[in-house]
Design a protein around this ligand. Structure first.
Ligand SMILES: Nc1ncnc2c1ncn2[C@@H]1O[C@H](COP(=O)(O)OP(=O)(O)OP(=O)(O)O)[C@@H](O)[C@H]1O
Length: 408
């Protein structure tokens, strides 16, 4: 077995926005490509003045605009859903009866048809969604509301992604679990009543139906929605088993507990064939969502629909005991010893021959592998989320080391 070595990855800044051929040069800003425009022939792409005119027109016509870098673009309206399947996990951390009743009442008040399914066992959510989508004659739901935690959401996603394109309903999440990181990924800190009403069409322009990326774990074929992580965050799940509180508080207690006595493992992380990090590793997170455990900011620059996976590796230069507070304060990614990358296929390895401790979507994986490989399935999941200024990208640049200071 080869002894683990430490490789220094030189910091590389995020490259400047890549201009589309023929596009006017503009000031640097977020790299954004408008889907509507990229579908047009180059000669049909309007000038900047034309874009501003369209934007003003849109403001009058639809009452809302979206700003792309320095440009204003009309935001296509998302048609409101009509038929919902509400999938409730009654065993999820905070799925109390009044909450469930309120969700159902709000859906019934706005939609033409609402079917409720309460899960009876693990995997039941996947089966229920599959059965509903297979209903003949276009009678299947166009919206699936998952009422539960991240585990329930993942089961629903399994069915949604596997459905034929014409049957594909969009996901909405009502946070009723412990971490609820999926909800935070889509809606930030918005109250669920607000996001559900927006999804149901009560607040025009507040919600957007979009197609986001999903990861796939090569070892098992399972989907990875939120993210997959080795090391400390995975061990935090082990610690959480013995903590009898619900909600985010559980992970707030579990991660510091796991950090006590945590020993970095010899690891390597490879992004699209290029080594991003090799050496003593505290954690390697691939996603997905910016937050893990609903509160730890790990991938601050991750976008859900850029066709790429973001990676953050925390090397042993950062003490494991400091990770929970640094991540909660949103500054972990700036520390020396933390590197970032982005690509389509990410391999996380443990190099001493012992099993890699890793989880995905809050589910601890059996200690059966010395590596995990996550690849991206671009834009396969329709979801309802906040109508933010973030836009769908249609061009996916190759893997980029995003910088950071590697351990030496
Ligand atoms: N009736 C049921 N009985 C037992 N387990 C169930 C039932 N229905 C669903 N499950 C399982 O419960 C697990 C945990 O649910 P979920 O993740 O939604 O809640 P949580 O663990 O409280 O929240 P989070 O994942 O956000 O921490 C899921 O993996 C799901 O498969």
């Amino acid at each position: 077995m080869r002894a683990p070595t430490q490789v220094r990855i030189l910091p590389s800044p995020l490259p400047p926005p890549r201009a589309r051929p023929g596009a006017p040069a503009g000031p640097a800003g977020p790299r954004t490509v408008c889907p509507q425009f990229s579908a047009l022939p180059r000669s049909a792409v309007p000038s900047r003045a034309g874009v501003r005119f369209l934007a003003v027109l849109a403001r009058f016509a639809a009452g809302r605009v979206v700003q792309l870098g320095d440009r204003l673009m009309p935001l296509a309206a998302s048609p409101a859903p009509g038929r919902a399947l509400v999938v409730v996990n009654p065993t999820a951390g905070t799925a109390r009866t009044p909450l469930v009743q309120e969700v159902i009442a709000r859906c019934r008040a706005r939609l033409e048809r609402v079917v409720v399914h309460r899960t009876a066992h693990r995997g039941d959510a996947t089966d229920a969604v599959r059965a509903a989508l297979a209903r003949p004659g276009g009678q299947g739901p166009d919206l699936v509301v998952a009422v539960g935690g991240d585990g329930t959401v993942r089961e629903v996603v399994q069915a949604l992604v596997g459905a034929a394109p014409r049957e594909r309903a969009a996901l909405a999440v009502v946070p009723a679990g412990t971490g609820n990181s999926d909800y935070r990924m889509l809606w930030g800190q918005a109250p669920w009543q607000e996001s559900l009403e927006a999804t149901l069409g009560a607040v025009p322009g507040r919600a957007r139906r979009r197609r986001i990326d999903v990861g796939q774990l090569a070892e098992t074929g399972e989907l990875v929605l939120l993210g997959a992580c080795s090391g400390l965050i995975a061990e935090g799940l082990v610690a959480a088993r013995s903590i009898a509180v619900a909600g985010r508080e559980r992970y707030a207690r579990a991660l510091p507990q796991a950090a006590v006595g945590f020993r970095p493992y010899p690891g390597r992380v490879t992004v699209d064939g290029r080594v991003l990090h090799e050496g003593a590793t505290v954690l390697a997170n691939v996603g997905g969502g910016r937050y893990r455990g609903g509160q730890y900011l790990i991938l601050p620059r991750s976008e859900l629909d850029d066709g790429l996976l973001d990676v953050c590796v925390v090397g042993a230069q950062v003490a494991a005991a400091d990770v929970p507070e640094l991540a909660r304060a949103g500054v972990l990614h700036k520390r020396p010893g933390v590197v970032h990358g982005r690509g389509r296929r990410v391999v996380v390895e443990r190099l001493d021959g012992r099993p890699l401790c890793f989880e995905h979507d809050g589910e601890l994986q059996p200690p059966a592998w010395t590596s995990m490989t996550v690849q991206v399935l671009a834009g396969v999941l329709p979801v309802w989320g906040a109508a933010t200024k973030e836009v769908t990208r249609v061009h996916t640049p190759p893997a980029l080391p995003l910088g950071g200071l590697a351990a030496t």
